[in-house]
Design a protein around this ligand. Structure first.
Ligand SMILES: C[S@@+](CC[C@H](N)C(=O)[O-])C[C@H]1O[C@@H](n2cnc3c(N)ncnc32)[C@H](O)[C@@H]1O
Length: 279
């Protein structure tokens, strides 16, 4: 079993997604929805297909795919009850949402025509097992479509901010479970195809989506970055008002240290997307 797959880490992650569920779709002006839309455009689901959406979250990918495959249907699986309940609350006749781990699918071999994983792989307890499971439940010739954040295209402002989180946690005697840094490589063009090929897929298409923007100040910056992952979220919430203000002062200073004012408070949201076939 992957050393990252401790129960503590899974609980921490599910707790994070449970907490952010109500604001997930509106985060960064609907960023997750834009990424889901692009992934579905790339994979072009066809009418009548049976689809599994792994780590479905609020069902952004699942609902877009469902509209394309009618009279086929989509099953979305996830571990976060709150994400799933938002997915279920959206109107649809051909979707079903189930609590299930990506690494332990209950479906029979060769059940689906398409498996989608929108920004999910890097969060899974055991990404290798999850890809093997996706392969097992796909029909021969079936396809998998994934998006994964490409961290190497983060801005200097993001790098500086995220590098400061672990020291900040230590300073406040806070300790949180974390995945190994290998996960931050999953969205790199030299890594994702390898992961897919190791699981028995042939990569058909690889493309990138890069978006970005700027916040106006440190408060907006920390609010935005809190939604970016379990560590910033838990840490920023744990700080309380006084230390939060201290953090914002440090963020202001760090942004000033970048030299070029154009770099301050600038962020990128970059994704690598892949479509691959089960041979
Ligand atoms: C960043 S969200 C992506 C949601 C959605 N696919 C999208 O494109 O917006 C990652 C999702 O993976 C789910 N997840 C994490 N670990 C999981 C696991 N082992 N099995 C199933 N889902 C998992 C989380 O609960 C979360 O909803």
């Amino acid at each position: 079993m992957d050393p990252d797959s401790s129960d503590e880490m899974i609980d921490h992650l599910v707790d994070f997604f449970d907490q952010i569920a109500p604001t997930y779709d509106s985060w960064a002006n609907g960023q997750h929805g834009r990424v889901a839309t692009r992934l579905v455009e790339l994979v072009k689901p066809r009418k009548g297909q049976q689809v599994l959406d792994v780590g479905t979250g609020t069902g952004l990918v699942a609902h877009l795919v469902a509209a394309k495959v009618t009279p086929g249907s989509v099953i979305g699986i996830d571990l976060s009850d709150r994400m799933l309940s938002i997915a279920r609350s959206k109107p649809s006749k051909n979707t079903k949402f189930l609590g299930m781990a990506a690494e332990r699918l209950v479906f029979r071999p060769e059940t689906f025509d398409l498996v989608t994983m929108g920004d999910t792989l890097a969060y899974l307890a055991d990404p290798g097992d999850a890809l093997s499971e996706a392969h097992r439940v796909l029909k021969v010739g079936g396809r998998v479509a994934l998006s994964s954040q490409r961290r190497s295209l983060s801005t200097r402002a993001q790098d500086l901010f995220f590098q400061g989180l672990a020291p900040l946690a230590r300073r406040h005697y806070l300790s949180f479970p974390r995945y190994s840094s290998d996960r931050s490589q999953f969205g790199e063009p030299r890594v994702l195809p390898q992961l897919l090929e190791s699981a028995g897929f042939k990569v058909d298409l690889l493309t990138e989506m890069v978006t970005g923007g700027r916040t106006d100040n440190a408060r907006e910056w920390t609010n935005l970055m809190a939604g970016a992952g379990p560590l910033p979220y838990t840490l920023i919430r744990a700080l309380g008002p006084r230390y939060r203000m201290e953090l914002e002062a440090e963020v202001d200073e760090a942004m000033g240290s970048l030299g070029d004012p154009d770099d301050a408070f600038r962020y990128h949201h970059s994704y690598l997307m892949a479509v691959a076939t089960k041979l």
